[in-house]
Design a protein around this ligand. Sequence first.
Ligand SMILES: Nc1ncnc2c1ncn2[C@@H]1O[C@H](COP(=O)(O)OP(=O)(O)OP(=O)(O)O)[C@@H](O)[C@H]1O
Ligand SMILES: [Mg+2]
Length: 472
Amino acid sequence: MTRQAASPGLRILVVEDDATHGEVIRDVLEQEGHEVALATSGRDGVALLDAQPVDLVVTDLRLQDMDGLEIVGHCRVLREGQAVPQAIVVTGYGTVEGAVNAMRDGALHYLQKPLDLGILRETIRAAQSRIALERQNRELQTAIDKSYSFPGIFGQTHAMQRVFDVMNQILDTDATVLVGGESGTGKELVARALHYAGPRRAKAFIPLNCAALAEGVLESELFGHEVGAFTGATAQRKGRFEAADGGTLFLDEIGDMPLSTQAHLLRALESGEITRVGSNEPLQVDVRVVAATHRDLDTMVREGRFREDLCFRLRVVQLELPALRERLADLPHLVEHFLAEASERHGKPARIVATETLDILMSYRWPGNVRELKNAVESMVLLSRGETITPDAVPPYVRPAAGDTPDILKSLSGLPADDVERALITNTLRDVGGNRERCSQLLGISTRTLYRKIKVYGLSGHGQSADPAGSD
Ligand SMILES: Nc1ncnc2c1ncn2[C@@H]1O[C@H](COP(=O)(O)OP(=O)(O)OP(=O)(O)O)[C@@H](O)[C@H]1O
Ligand SMILES: [Mg+2]
């Protein structure tokens, strides 16, 4: 972030009913590079404040038609999408009391008449720095709000922003959602976020792992049962559907649900009614279903292991979570987050990750995705000796063994070197979200060399082919 340069000029409104005096102030401020509007009455001042964006108001305290304090107060009226203008008041001799009141009402400074133009310039410069800082904070906050649109879920890469976009679009609906993605990519996290950020949050979020239960038990867990429905059913029991009434039912590992249960689930989803095992009486339920699986349901449908109609019914909306290796640009941020969490939990001072350590983490494939990263960071925190996490704290399975030829390199033997290099640069650039500096670090070449190769191979910044037809 390089916004340290000279602060941009301000939009200033001068309210002064002595026109000559007002013009002097205006000229001085314009010479300082600001955009200045002059109002020669309180009423005009208020009108201008409402009509155009203003960063700073310089107002006389004693106006003919209005108390300057009213102008200060009017600055605090919230205007959609605009920051509250700051105010500086100008007071005549012997009205310090008014200045004190103005400061209490939120004015930034007061200046005494007769105006010392040097002091005026200095005061405005101080206000300018403050306004610039506030503006920067606001922009940063907007960027943060946008990138972490769901509490606890981190992801600034396009891949994750796309996920957040879809989540935002479906938050207020009852649409059934199917969340896909490899193990540890955050499927359950997303399901919970959809519930707790949506209109059903006051009601229950009920998870059920379909892989953990035998067929009969799963049926009665889902739909409940009546007394005597099966051997051992000595009491009536409500199922998870009923427990989730008004809320969300999270069906985890839906790909592992037996075919017969799939048929019952489909019926429940289509009719909005369930029937307890051993009963003939349907019950109305109002449940949003979010399902998750790490399996490829299309293949399962082709192989006859998953009902096609249920598959369609579940994926009214499909959210496919990217693997961590496909969004490596998020890794440093996730590391930082998990580091803070783990060092606090274990009371360890570890706070800094050495560059070489980060390089190792960036080079690993992370088959267990974010969960594996979280565990690795925790273990690194526990094994670190000081504030800095050095490479020796990295778990051995993450660290490449010296002298090893990775299997993947063995399979490249005999391929044209240019093709391999092109693919290497393309993939690495994509993984780091187009960050060329990071890419060159990982590849061990200078950024200049990288730029040259990007040009030679006709790649765009993100590692895609520069040919527009080839980009997504
Ligand atoms: N984007 C993310 N930001 C922060 N933490 C994350 C993110 N994704 C996953 N995690 C963390 O990683 C761990 C695994 O997430 P979760 O249980 O949601 O994964 P999953 O996809 O359901 O995995 P599995 O298929 O193995 O059940 C959790 O501790 C979760 O908090
Ligand atoms: Mg899970």
